[in-house]
Design a protein around this ligand. Structure first.
Ligand code: PLP
Length: 300
C-alpha cells in the first residue's frame, strides 16, 4: 500500500512554574506536526481499514463526517495516496459554498454526498450509492474510524516513544478509538486519561471497553471539560488556547486539543496527578478545523 509520508513526531517539554512546584513533568507529543493535511491521530486510525480494503480488493472507501471533519479530510488524502477512491457522506444539506475542509477533501478526489441530519444519525447510505456499489467493490469505515482496527492503528502512535519516561498519558476523546489505542500500547505502570469533548458521553466508557481486551482497564475518562458539547466553545476556552500558544508555541484546535490542553492544565494544577508524575499530552492534530472560526479569533 502506498502510504502518506509522515515526519517523526517530536516530544516537546512544557516548562511551567505551576508544574515544577509539585515536581510534575509535562510534555506534548506533537502529532499535529507529522503531516500538513493528515495530521494527528487520523492516519493511524485509518491505516488498518485501508489495508483491509486493499487486501479484500475493494476499490472505494465510504465514510461519514461533518462539514469540518478531520476524519473525512484524512480519509480523502489517505485514500488518494493508497490508490483507492473515496466517498464522503456529509452531515447536513449541501451548502451553497463548500467548507474549506470539504473543498480540500474534494481536491483529493473524494466524492461528496450530503445526508439530512436524520439520515446521518441513522448512518443511512443513499440508495443511489447502494445501487452503484452493490457489486461489493466498496467498504465502509465507521464514523471517526471507530473499531478494533482503528484502535490497533492508534496503538502505533506510541511506537517510537520512550514510554517508560511517562507515568500518565492524556488525550482528547471523540469516539474513544484513540484512547483505546493508547491504552493498548501503554505499559502496566501507565494510566491513560481521556478528556471527553462530547456532552453526555455516557456510553463512551463502554465503547472504549468494547474494542479492548477484557483485562485492559488502565484508562479513565474525565467528563468535565466539554465546554457545552461537541464543537461548542466559550470565550474562556478561546482565551486559554491563545494563552497556551503564547506560553508554549503550541497551536490547538477548539474541538479537541484545546479542550484537552485546558483540562490537562487544570488537572495538573488541581493535583489530579500524583507528585512526581510525568505526563505526556497527545496532540492529536486537527488544526485545519479552526478554519471554521471567524478570522482573528485565534492568534495563531
Ligand atoms: C478525531 C479527533 C480526536 C478524537 O479521536 P477519537 O479516536 O475519535 O476519540 C481527537 N483529536 C482530534 C484533533 C481529532 O481530529
Amino acid at each position: 500500500m502506498q502510504t502518506l509520508i509522515l515526519s517523526p513526531a517530536n516530544v516537546q517539554p512544557i516548562q511551567k512554574k505551576l508544574y515544577q512546584h509539585r515536581n510534575l513533568q509535562c510534555s506534548v507529543l506533537r502529532l499535529d506536526a507529522v503531516h500538513p493535511v493528515v495530521s494527528g491521530n487520523k492516519w493511524f486510525k485509518l491505516k488498518g481499514f485501508l489495508q483491509a480494503a486493499i487486501a479484500q480488493r475493494k476499490k472505494t472507501v465510504v465514510t461519514f463526517g461533518g462539514p469540518w471533519s478531520n476524519h473525512l479530510l484524512a480519509t480523502a488524502a489517505a485514500c488518494a495516496a493508497a490508490g483507492l477512491s473515496s466517498i464522503g457522506l456529509v452531515r447536513g444539506e449541501k451548502p451553497p459554498q463548500l467548507s474549506a475542509t470539504l473543498s480540500d477533501a474534494q481536491g483529493y478526489g473524494m466524492q461528496l454526498h450530503f445526508l439530512s441530519r436524520d439520515a446521518y444519525r441513522e448512518k443511512e447510505v443513499p440508495l443511489s450509492l447502494l445501487e452503484n456499489y452493490r457489486n461489493n467493490e466498496w467498504c465502509l469505515i465507521p464514523e471517526g474510524g471507530y473499531g478494533r482496527e482503528g484502535a490497533m492503528g492508534a496503538a502505533e502512535i506510541l511506537k517510537d516513544i520512550p514510554l517508560t519516561d511517562y507515568s500518565h498519558i492524556v488525550c482528547a476523546v471523540g469516539t474513544g478509538t484513540t484512547l483505546a489505542g493508547l491504552s493498548l500500547a501503554a505499559g502496566i505502570s501507565q494510566a491513560v486519561t481521556g478528556i471527553a469533548v462530547l456532552k453526555n458521553a455516557r456510553t463512551i466508557d463502554e465503547e472504549v471497553k468494547a474494542v479492548l481486551p477484557a483485562d485492559k482497564n488502565n484508562f479513565r475518562i474525565v467528563h468535565d471539560f466539554h465546554f457545552g458539547g461537541y464543537a461548542k466553545k466559550t470565550t474562556e476556552l478561546v482565551q486559554f488556547m491563545n494563552r497556551w500558544y503564547l506560553e508554549t508555541r503550541i497551536p490547538s484546535d477548539f474541538v479537541y486539543t484545546g479542550k484537552m490542553f485546558f483540562a490537562a492544565d487544570s488537572l495538573l494544577a488541581a493535583g489530579y496527578f500524583p507528585k512526581g508524575a510525568s505526563v505526556l499530552l497527545v496532540h492529536t492534530g486537527g488544526l485545519q478545523g479552526n478554519r471554521s472560526l471567524p478570522k482573528g479569533t485565534l492568534i495563531f
